[in-house]
Ligand binder design. Structure first.
Ligand SMILES: N[C@@H](CCC(=O)N[C@@H](CS)C(=O)NCC(=O)O)C(=O)O
Length: 204
């Protein structure tokens, strides 16, 4: 059965709502992040960010509220909560899924929250230590994010790591992350889309 890691005073209310819209049977596992249960190794093994919500569906682990909603919409296609993959609506749908987390929420936080009060617990991006642990966890040992097939996941995730390396935000990148970025940068399409100044391969 689908496991939903949840707390009623958290962003997990969104994924709980999604599960209820779908009528998806699930086990609700409450994680008391207020007392630090989310920082325990048992939960960090599910989500290295230590953030709630998370969803486990058999071998599938999904974190990030928007990703969970997207996953669930595709998991139960009969409920028609996502436009078909080959429909013209798909592009606009992705925009609604990605804009809130990547752009709107950080901007609202920066504009409206006293930065001194913006804690790693409340900020969606947590802190550097957790982000680095999650980058480490998500970076493939070999080939690409999804296995031997290069996908858009590598363009988005790998592209972000490449930016981070380029701007010196990952000074202590592990050998695994460095090697992945090196593979990204060696792709002919990468090389033809990035100006010469990007071509230097760290560690290469
Ligand atoms: N980007 C994440 C943010 C999740 C998030 O920040 N959750 C908060 C509760 S609303 C949390 O787990 N805080 C506990 C902590 O970081 O220690 C998402 O969209 O799922």
């Amino acid at each position: 059965m689908i496991k939903h890691y949840y707390h009623p005073m958290s962003r997990a209310v969104t994924t709980d709502w999604m599960l209820k819209e779908l009528g998806a049977e699930h086990e609700q596992i409450e994680i008391d992040y207020m007392s630090g249960e989310n920082a325990q190794p048992a939960y960090r093994a599910v989500n290295p960010m230590g953030k709630i919500p998370a969803l486990v569906d058999g071998d599938v682990v999904v974190t990030e509220a928007a990703a969970i909603c997207a996953y669930l919409a595709d998991r139960f296609p009969e409920k028609q909560m996502a436009p078909p993959a080959d429909s013209v609506e798909r592009g606009r749908y992705y925009r609604y899924l990605f804009f809130p987390g990547t752009t709107l929420e950080p901007m609202f936080s920066l504009q409206n929250v006293d930065l001194g009060e913006l804690t790693p617990q409340s900020a969606g991006w947590g802190d550097l230590e957790r982000c680095l642990a999650t980058v480490e966890d998500m970076t493939p040992e070999r080939d690409w994010a999804m296995g031997d097939q290069f996908t858009a996941a590598d363009v988005v995730f790998g592209g972000t790591l490449d930016f981070a390396v380029q701007f010196g935000w990952l000074p202590d990148a592990s050998a695994k992350v460095t090697a992945y970025v090196k593979r990204i940068k060696a792709r002919p399409a990468y090389r033809s889309s990035h100006d010469e100044s990007w071509h230097q391969i760290p560690g290469g």
